[in-house]
Design a protein around this ligand. Structure first.
Ligand code: IVH
Length: 669
């Protein structure tokens, strides 16, 4: 009796919470406050705790599952997830329309045009309205079972609304909204993890995590636009299908267009492009589908894609503007880069006033001159580029931009090294070089000294208070001179000095990045940190040894060795050492006896549950010796995802091989 009272109340709470979830996440029209929602959720949670036998897997409290998985199971798709043929211009689109009319001469049909969502493809299976399985695309025939991860996405209903059929498989795309992507990357950078290149990669990476609790923290969302396996339901048209998905409580792309003919498709293509900025996802084109689903079977598919649909990719947006001037930027290694100073124009949603011209060779190849009208292009997140000049509009007196005779910043000599296209300033004390170098040293991805901005660096250089990064640590003893600078009060000076002092404790890889070794970016710096416990060990490494590190090629190895061989760099390093800057990977923790004590272990491939550094630290703590390359002396290879040559070599040598899951099991025990 008591049970049925609880059970009725729990049913009601679940229904109400589902309704509010739908209003909030799918319709974006919440009708109660967060507090009221939390109170309902709390009541349900409490009742479920007291009546565990009444907990249902589709309850709103059950989104984030228990323990991390060991790996994903591969499951066959009941209906393959095939891809779409691409078109890039209106001729391609016309050909698609013509082909359809040729294949179906007697039929009347129309089209639906939708935005193409640049995310990660997903298939959801609902049985009698309950979400039972979520699969990734995989190779199209079978995918990974990522149900536990997908359940954490709040806009995806665990139970469909209304009268659900016995089987409904829906297909769509998981994406990371731009704002969430920026936030996630900020957090990653702050914690020293490499940022994701774009929202698509970060969505894909998130879905590969084995711990749903981690996935729940990732700002993911999804939209649905197609179906797979169906039982007990049919749709006559694609627009009917879209309407039904909405009724079932699934999110769809925010817009779609019904078109009767080519002209209407062209119009819809333009409107979709204009709406780009309003979409919550990255839109990388349009998808055009025949509306009449009864024609699909007759039209059929090629091996790769259906004949009833086609993707359309927009060309990168191009605009014309005036090239007002060309300036020269001096990089931290002295490389001189010509920069186009443009009359500001709006391209792909951002105002562009500067664009790199890369180098003289490139600039002369395109024959770019001051005063030219030029075509600027910007595609998606890509940096704007000058594509070409408009020769008809060239002023009569426009001259090719000459090769640099001297450094524009210091007047010092310039040189072009053998085998390089770049011109460099060869003055070792060029202030512009120093400025770029120090700016790099203090940047967020290197030593992260945020009390030292670009303007202040300029002031310090002009006052000859600094010339290289080591000088920063001597500023504490020059308070009087600092106070003499414009706009520098006692408080700003304290703040500056504090920021610099704190940077002495930064991670070793940050210093390696900040040193400005040619070709060594953030990622390589981290690889070097993994391979070498401290700077002294790294400085002793030869080219061959460096090359044995996965991700370091012969060129880079040579640059690293030559950098440390330069007397002025050795002096700099000596001064940084005296200033107390951290030169090592960190305290070695107490070593525990384990199965791996004394074993030579190599890590390769991508780990999903931890960074390589974390794995390395954990292994070192267990007494293992972690080395960079596989040889007959290696005892164990731990291979993450997409491991390559090291894995092959270990297999050949008959070395024991573990996957990441095996490592995790050992660490947990
Ligand atoms: S329909 C069999 N509609 O783009 C056709 N796909 O390049 C099923 N995509 O495989 C796909 N937005 O992963 C369709 N509005 C949309 C889409 C879309 C993005 C993805 C999908 C597809 C790929 C093809």
């Amino acid at each position: 009796m008591a049970d049925s009272i609880f059970s009725a109340r729990m049913d009601q709470l679940r229904k109400e919470l589902e309704e509010h979830n739908h209003r909030y996440y799918v319709l974006a029209q919440p009708s109660i406050s967060d507090r009221e929602y939390d109170a309902l959720l709390e009541e349900l949670t409490q009742l479920e705790l007291e009546n565990p036998e009444l907990v249902r897997s589709d309850s709103p409290t059950q989104r984030v599952g228990g323990a991390p998985l060991e790996g994903f199971e591969t499951v066959a798709h009941r209906v393959p997830m095939i891809s779409l043929a691409n078109s890039y211009n209106l001729e391609d689109l016309q050909a698609f329309v013509d082909r359809l009319h040729k294949l179906l001469p007697a039929e009347q049909f129309g089209y639906i045009l939708e935005p193409k969502v640049d995310g990660v493809a997903l298939s959801l299976r609902y049985e009698n309205g309950i979400l039972t399985q979520a699969l990734s695309r995989g190779d199209g025939r079978s995918g990974d079972d990522i149900t536990a991860n997908i359940r954490t996405i709040e806009s995806i209903p665990l139970r469909l609304r209304g009268d659900a059929p016995p089987v409904l498989e829906v297909r769509g795309e998981v994406y990371m909204p731009a704002e969430g992507f920026r936030r996630l990357n900020r957090e990653r950078e702050e914690s020293g993890q490499p940022p994701f290149a774009n929202p698509r990669n970060s969505a894909a990476g998130s879905l590969k995590l084995l711990d749903p609790r981690q996935v729940a923290k990732r700002p993911l969302d999804a939209v649905f636009y197609a179906v797979g396996d169906l039982e007990g339901i049919e749709f006559n048209t694609h627009s009917e299908l879209l309407a039904a998905l909405g009724d079932f409580g699934l999110r769809r792309p925010p817009k779609h267009w019904s078109c009767e003919n080519f002209a209407e498709l062209e119009q819809a293509l333009n409107e979709n492009l204009e709406a780009k900025g309003t979409y919550p996802f990255e839109m990388d084109g349009a998808v055009i589908k025949v509306n009449q689903r009864n024609l699909y079977e007759e039209l059929g598919s090629t091996a790769k894609s259906p004949r009833w649909a086609m993707a359309f990719k927009y060309e990168a947006e191009q605009v014309e503007t005036l090239l007002r001037d060309i300036t020269i930027q001096v990089g931290r290694t002295g490389v001189l880069t010509p920069v186009a100073e443009l009359q500001p124009v709006l391209v792909a949603g951002t105002t562009v006033s500067r664009a790199t011209l890369h180098n003289w060779e490139e600039m002369h190849r395109k024959d770019i001159r001051i005063g030219d009208r030029v075509i600027i292009e910007k595609a998606g997140e890509i940096i704007p580029a000058v594509v070409r000049v408009v020769p008809e509009h060239r002023p009569a007196d426009a001259q090719p931009f000459p090769l640099p005779e001297s450094c524009p910043a210091c007047g010092g000599p310039v040189e072009q090294r053998e085998g390089e296209v770049a011109w460099r300033c060869s003055n070792p004390v060029c202030p512009a070089k120093s400025q770029s170098w120090i700016k790099h040293y203090v940047s967020r991805r290197a030593m992260d000294i945020d009390s030292l901005g670009e303007e202040l660096i300029k002031q310090l250089l002009e006052a000859e208070l600094i010339q290289d990064p080591a000088d920063l640590y001597e500023l504490a003893g020059r308070r009087a001179s600092l106070l003499g600078l414009e706009r520098m009060g006692a408080k700003s000076v304290d703040n500056l000095i504090k920021g610099i002092e704190e940077s002495r404790e930064r991670d070793f890889w940050r210093l390696l990045h900040g040193l400005g070794i040619p070709q060594v970016g953030e990622k390589t710096a981290q690889l070097l940190e993994e391979a070498y416990a401290d700077l002294d060990q790294l400085m002793q490494a030869g080219e061959e040894e460096l090359q044995s590190i996965d991700g370091i090629g012969p060129n880079m190895a040579a640059d690293i060795v030559s950098f440390f061989a330069l007397p002025d760099k050795q002096l700099l390093i000596q001064r940084l050492r005296e200033a107390g800057v951290n030169f090592s990977r960190g305290e070695q923790e107490e070593i525990q006896e384990s199965a791996l004590t004394g074993k030579a272990v190599v890590l390769t491939g991508t780990l999903t549950q931890m960074t390589r550094n974390e794995a390395k630290d954990a292994l070192t703590k267990l007494g293992a010796k972690v080395t960079g390359s596989v040889s007959s002396k290696t005892d164990l290879l731990i291979a993450g995802e997409s491991a390559g040559s090291k894995l092959a070599k270990a297999e050949k040598l008959g070395i024991e091989i573990w996957d990441e899951a095996a490592l995790l099991r050992l660490l947990e025990s």
